[in-house]
Design a protein. Structure first.
Ligand code: NAD
Ligand code: TYD
Length: 350
């Protein structure tokens, strides 16, 4: 595959994937297609934007004509599809946007791919990136496997589940060469501060309350973003066609315990007295329909493709906190303007 299209490359995970592909595969042309919504930021790719094999295309995946025109022009033979509306809270306040981007946008890409390759698709690949949230919510026991029935419970996860079904349906009906993966919660540099970890880091830094939903007892399985990018590289090149791979950190944390750990790390980094940051913890009204627990069984990708996370949680958190403290200007830029409006609408009434 020579012309690789990565959608959503200006977002959090996409920017790590673009950086990895641009540097690791200098002979391949990497096209980053992104509409630069509130979550997309070209600053995330400053260090590689002048590389000769990197190309940026500003486009909306919902725009069917634009997308089919771009496929005709560039003949993308590999697609890694990450562009999405990705935040559960926003899907609760504005579900419709999620239907357009996550469902219609995915179908537009599938149609464009199918249209240019038809029955000449051997050796090409359409890789759809999804989430563990499509499997619903676990109780205290058990793990999500690739065979867990879908049971999405938020507008975000329902829209992602719908797109996963469509990708599989196109493979079955039209013979499209697809592969999928469903990953657990990511954390690391360049994550937009609407998600728990960067939001908490930013609030602790600025001595603002850290909003913990409900009693903080919900559990997530956290994976360092570069470990996800490495898994994506492996699945794109070596994953079996038609297969799905679950990716997770085997690293479950109750939200409140994660926040306490983060407070300890921040106290040390900011040279605050022990316990100072934890005093900012504030329990607020729970998220509507809040899923209790997500946890991934990633034995398939480990056994079939030999993937393992390369970072321990301690290393990943250390790198993450350091990055945010060293990149205050990035945080200032993304939190100016509309972020303030978003923050007040989400948190002032809680
Ligand atoms: P993000 O919100 O940080 O980035 C999404 C990117 O998509 C942004 O750059 C945005 O500008 C772009 N985009 C949004 N709508 C678009 C449109 N209509 N046309 C073109 N571009 C558009 O998201 P992320 O956290 O990097 O997630 C990337 C993908 O990984 C998503 O598909 C998400 O469902 C999936 N995922 C995320 C996580 C996680 O923990 N963040 C875990 C598992 C799976
Ligand atoms: P989030 O980062 O939004 O990811 P997801 O909802 O996709 O898992 O949230 C992670 C967990 O943290 C989730 O259980 C909701 C909780 N949470 C808070 O307690 N406070 C917050 O301000 C945010 C954004 C999330």
């Amino acid at each position: 595959m020579k012309n690789i299209l990565i959608t959503g490359g200006a977002g959090f995970i996409g920017s790590h994937v673009v950086r990895l592909f641009v540097t690791k595969y200098p002979d391949h042309q990497i096209y980053n297609l992104d509409d630069l919504t509130y979550a997309g930021n070209l600053e995330n790719l400053r260090d590689i934007e002048k590389r000769p094999n990197y190309h940026f295309i500003k486009a909306d995946i919902v725009d069917e004509n634009r997308i089919s025109g771009l496929f005709e022009k560039h003949a993308f033979d590999g697609v890694i599809h990450l562009a999405a509306e990705s935040h559960v809270d926003r899907s609760i306040s504005n579900p419709t946007e999620f239907i357009y981007t996550n469902i219609i946008g995915t179908v537009n890409l599938l149609n464009a791919f199918r249209h240019i390759w038809g029955n000449r698709a051997a050796g090409k690949r359409f890789y759809h990136i999804s989430t563990d949230e499509v499997y619903g919510s676990l109780g205290n026991e058990g793990l999500f496997t690739e065979n867990t029935p879908y049971d999405p419970r938020s507008p975000y996860s329902a829209s992602k589940a719908s797109s996963d079904h469509l990708v599989r349906a196109y493979a079955h009906t039209f013979g499209l060469p697809v592969v999928l993966s469903n990953c657990s919660n990511n954390y690391g540099p360049f994550q937009f501060p609407e998600k728990l970890i960067p939001l908490a880091i930013n609030n602790i830094r600025n001595n603002k309350p850290i909003p913990v939903y409900g009693k903080g007892e919900n559990i997530r399985d956290w994976l360092y973003v570069e470990d996800h990018a490495a898994a994506i590289d492996l699945i794109f090149h070596e994953g079996k066609l038609g297969e799905t791979y679950n990716i997770g950190g085997s690293n479950e944390w109750k939200n409140i315990e994660l926040i306490r750990l983060l407070c300890d790390i921040m106290d040390k980094k900011l040279k605050r007295e022990e316990g100072a940051s934890a005093r900012l913890i504030t329990f607020v009204k729970d998220r509507a329909g809040h899923d209790l627990r997500y946890a991934i069984d990633s034995s398939k990708i480990q056994q079939e493709l030999g993937w393992r996370p390369a970072h321990t949680f301690e290393e990943g958190m250390e790198k993450t906190v350091e990055w945010y403290l060293e990149n205050e200007q990035w945080m200032r830029n993304v939190t100016s303007g509309d972020y303030q409006k978003y923050y007040s609408s989400q948190y002032e009434k809680r």
